[in-house]
Design a protein around this ligand. Structure first.
Ligand code: AMP
Length: 402
């Protein structure tokens, strides 16, 4: 019998489930989809068969929990001849947001691993419970199959202590596991490696600044394939200005909101995570809409854009200093891959650092990794589409196929 070659990738949110089925012989996608509003009125599954040319399908039956959602996904896959009972399925790869310090590599899930992911819930209260639910659900459906956890924090565990520790009382920090963990690690790992490939080099030979600019956004400094600093911290709130998160603020802003504005801790949490960033500054978090408003002369949208870009530049400058020698700055994720004006503005005036963007190359729209710096530039500026699902599938498959 030939070895199984398919990997199902699951990304479970509190009320959502994203999935992709990949064939690891060539990394091709066989199917992809999303279940939304699990356990809420109006549950919806959108399924797209990607092999054999089937049509996109939608169902709106009630789905009370993740078990019902994954059951519906399994039915859709079966209808395409790709059922989860197939002997071709090698493993399920799960995106797990927080792996703390313990998990620096993909890990086959055991009861003990689940217990440790559970222990990390206080530092990832929104994400880890949903990830655990996803794992348990998949385990119940195929108990014989390896379930592999791929952690968002894993790539950042190489950060040196001087980058990872906050300058707060050591005993308090250690007692409550307060330190910088970083997130989006799967994307930073994939994109930094693909950038080395684009430059025709081995990852160990290049220093790269990765700018993952999606609705959530983070920067990382990667030296010879290892992360040495990243902008997100204990939680994904620190660092760059994001769609709805503030990124860096003086921590005293929170005391002020509590003491002077009389807000509760939960209200402050919601303010900084959901009502700040671009949406807090101008009411929109979609960069397309912000650019459209700027073109119409909207001052608030312009200021939001300028604040976003200013923060980005500060991190690029900081990471040039951290790395000493930079071979490439790379843009990825929804904004990074698509918003040429953001890339242009972020690199503007950085010629002293060897950074520049060629306007014609920057205007090209493409799904391929590409250089946008002028020919012969000292530092490459690149756009590399991220692919977290492929990276999770690869890491999962490499663990179970050996
Ligand atoms: P992500 O979290 O990586 O899916 O990125 C989502 C964000 O990408 C959206 O909120 C938009 O701000 C941005 N985005 C997507 N497409 C475009 C585009 N064509 N131009 C500018 N921004 C875009």
């Amino acid at each position: 019998m030939t070895s199984p070659t398919r990997v199902l990738v699951l990304n479970s949110g509190s009320s959502s489930l994203k999935y992709q089925l990949l064939d690891m012989r060539d990394g091709s996608r066989l199917a992809a989809g999303l279940v939304e509003r699990i356990g809420e009125p109006g549950s919806r599954l959108v399924h797209t068969p990607l092999a054999g040319g089937g049509e996109r399908r939608e169902r709106t039956a009630p789905m009370a929990d993740h078990t019902a959602a994954l059951g519906a996904v399994a039915e859709e896959l079966s209808a395409d001849g790709l059922g989860l009972d197939s002997p071709d399925l090698a493993a399920v790869g799960h995106r797990v947001v927080h792996g703390g310090l313990r998990f620096s590599a993909p890990t086959v899930v055991t009861d003990e691993v689940l217990a440790e992911v559970e222990r990390l819930v206080p530092v990832a209260p929104l994400h880890n419970p949903a990830n655990i639910t996803g794992i348990r659900t998949a385990m119940a459906l195929r108990p014989d199959l390896p379930q592999v956890a791929v952690f968002d924090t894993a790539f950042h565990t190489t950060m040196p202590e001087h980058a990872a520790r906050y300058a707060i009382d050591t005993e308090t920090a250690d007692a409550h596991r307060i330190r910088r963990y970083g997130f989006h690690g799967t994307s930073h790992a994939y994109v930094s490696r693909e950038t080395a490939r684009l430059l025709g080099k081995d990852p160990s030979e290049v220093n790269v600044i990765v700018l993952h600019l999606g609705n959530g956004a983070s920067a990382s400094a990667v030296a010879g394939g290892r992360c040495v600093d990243t902008s997100m911290g204990l939680t994904p709130l620190e660092g760059l200005v994001m769609g709805t998160r503030s990124g860096d603020v003086d921590p005293a802003v929170t005391f002020h909101l509590r003491r002077v504005a009389g807000m509760s801790v939960d209200e402050i949490d919601t303010l900084l995570n959901k009502k700040s960033g671009l949406v807090g500054l101008c009411g929109d978090n979609d960069m397309r809409e912000i650019r459209r408003r700027i073109d119409e002369g909207d001052e608030r949208a312009k200021l939001a854009f300028d604040i976003y870009v200013h923060r980005l530049k500060k991190y690029v400058g900081a990471y040039c200093a951290v790395l000493g020698r930079v071979d490439a700055v790379v843009f990825t994720a929804g904004v990074g891959e698509n918003a040429a004006p953001v890339r242009e503005a972020a690199m503007e005036g950085l010629e002293q650092l060897g950074l520049a963007v060629d306007p014609e190359l920057n205007a090209v729209r493409s799904g391929e990794p590409r250089l946008i710096s002028p020919q012969g530039a000292r530092v490459a500026v690149a756009v590399v589409p991220t692919d977290e699902e492929l990276e999770i599938a690869r890491q999962t498959y490499s663990l179970v196929s050996n």
